[in-house]
Design a protein around this ligand. Structure first.
Ligand SMILES: Nc1ncnc2c1ncn2[C@@H]1O[C@H](COP(=O)(O)OP(=O)(O)O)[C@@H](O)[C@H]1O
Ligand SMILES: [Mg+2]
Length: 489
């Protein structure tokens, strides 16, 4: 029995010997209780070392080493390990391992510290690499740009979306780009300052902050920034920002605003239209009486020339009022509609046929450019005649009877629309009045010449057809009216 014991002790001692590592047993305050230290670490004999602090004896340091695991052992009373160094070539790591023990006679806790080599952990490393790759992949697949930088501004993380937003490649960003370069002016500093205050979320964070990013080509992109500071023991060591591209959002906002304006415009038109129609109906009968009775007076009485002239004037003015009322009713679309498939080219050609021989058009060159493959579209011919007539007459008015009138039709297959463009070589529409021209009664023409109802009527008719009408000025001068009509009802 004894023999086996002493044999096993020998094995044990042999095993510890072969383990050729340094072992130090220390007290709570780092004083050496027992040790086996390699001679190149100290000139003292093991016996001389007793009672000295290990950091002083081995490294000539006044305080415990920063990478010593003993502090943690003291805190948790559990074993702890620190990685000291990894050999790049072999992948071997050198570590410090510490664990608590009770003294041989039941004394207060002592701590054992030993150093050892960990041969390269191939499999473990593979797993670590895989998990790193997964994290990288995660960052790269993020919909938003993710950029992290250290406190000097050097970039340490730059994901795929960040390259799209900024125009820099990852290599450029990680190699030579400074975070300050992607913000205009002094903005990086401003952001840092805001992050340190609690103005945008709590301290160390900036949330939903609208910012501009300067791309590699010098253009700018609007972004929404969420960023935070990375701390290590209360010390700022890095910043990480998530960049959300705002281009698409802003485009949608603009679109929404445009739609709202259009909605407001059509709302205004329709209420004015109803009002106008009501008034027109009430005026119709008295105007009819004025015309009728002045006619009767002319026929039934022997009047002197002056009186006749006055009556004729009354009659013709009443007739003019009647035609304005008619236009008003038309504008309010109180007349009957008949929608059937029609060829848009033919409708326009017919309108032009009527107008071409009028004196106003003698010095106007008319250029027709029709899309031949235009299918029939659902249309109320009479109403569309009105629309084109009005726009073409307006153009002739604007050109004062001299210039070039271009009419083109096109097929927009993709959007299932027919397109009509009517442009002139007149002075164009002043930018200031451009938003108003479709309003009822808006006219720049002198009294008696314009009612200001033509375009508002056109607007209503095209809207009724499910289409749209817009006016613009051409770069080369002159106005252009664009009408879009759906191919199907
Ligand atoms: N082709 C054009 N070039 C310049 N201004 C135009 C043109 N078409 C319309 N306008 C402007 O729009 C206004 C409104 O037109 P409209 O509603 O047809 O009423 P009206 O012709 O009776 O004035 C016109 O008075 C004019 O100022
Ligand atoms: Mg007009």
């Amino acid at each position: 029995m004894n023999e086996i014991n002493s044999k096993s002790d020998k094995y044990l001692i042999k095993a510890i010997e072969t383990f050729k590592r340094q072992i130090v047993v220390i007290s709570d305050d780092y004083r050496i209780l027992a040790s086996r230290i390699k001679p190149d670490h100290t000139s003292m004999e093991d016996s001389e070392l007793k009672g000295k602090t290990c950091h002083l004896a081995m490294f000539n340091r006044k305080n415990p080493c920063f990478n010593c695991p003993v502090a943690r052992v003291k805190q948790t009373n559990r074993p702890s390990m620190n990685l000291i160094h990894i050999d790049e070539d072999s992948g071997d790591s050198s570590c410090l391992y510490a664990y608590p023990i009770k003294g041989p006679n039941g004394e207060k806790n002592a701590i054992v510290v030993l150093d050892f080599f960990l041969p390269s952990l191939d499999n473990f490393d593979e797993k670590r690499c895989a998990s790193n790759a997964f994290l990288r992949n995660l960052l790269n697949s993020a919909v938003d740009g993710v950029i992290a930088a250290d406190m000097t501004g050097q970039i340490i993380i730059f994901n795929e979306t960040a390259t799209e937003i900024s125009g820099y490649s990852r290599k450029e960003a990680l190699g030579s780009l400074n975070i300050r370069d992607i913000y205009p002016d002094d903005d990086a500093r401003v952001i840092m300052k805001k992050m340190r205050s609690d103005e945008y979320g709590k301290k160390g964070i900036i949330k939903s902050y609208r910012q501009t990013v300067v791309r590699k080509d010098g253009t700018t992109t609007p972004i929404l920034l969420n960023a935070s500071t990375v701390y290590e023991n209360d010390r700022e060591i890095a910043t990480i920002g998530v960049f959300h591209d705002l281009k698409e959002t802003m485009r949608m906002e603009a679109e929404l605003e445009k739609t709202q304006t259009q909605l407001l415009q059509s709302e205004k038109m329709s209420s004015l239209g109803k009002l106008a129609a009501g008034v027109a109906h009430q005026l119709n009968n008295p105007l009819g009486s004025i015309t009728l009775f002045s006619q009767l007076m002319l026929e039934d009485y022997e009047l002197n020339e002056d009186a006749k002239k006055d009556l004729l004037r009354i009659k013709s003015d009443a007739e003019r009022c009647t035609s304005i009322v008619k236009e008003l009713l038309e504008f309010a679309r109180q007349t009957k509609r008949g929608v059937k498939p029609h060829n848009l080219n033919k409708i326009i050609a017919r309108t032009l046929f009527l107008l071409r021989n009028q004196a106003l058009f003698h010095n106007i060159e008319i250029i027709e450019d029709y899309e031949e493959k235009l299918p029939d579209i659902p249309a109320d011919v009479q109403q569309l005649n009105h629309v084109f007539m009005n726009i073409i007459l307006n153009a002739a008015d604007a050109m004062e009877g001299k210039g070039r009138l271009e009419i083109a039709t096109r097929l927009e297959k993709e959007h299932k629309k027919a397109l009509v463009k009517i442009s002139d070589s007149g002075p164009g529409i002043p930018e200031k009045t451009l938003p108003n021209i479709f309003e009822p009664f808006f006219t720049t023409k002198e009294q008696g010449k314009g009612t200001g109802l033509g375009l508002s009527m056109a607007y209503g008719i095209i809207e009724d057809h499910g289409g749209s009408i817009t006016a613009n000025n051409q770069d080369k001068g002159g106005a252009v009216f664009t009408i879009e009509l759906p191919l199907k009802q």
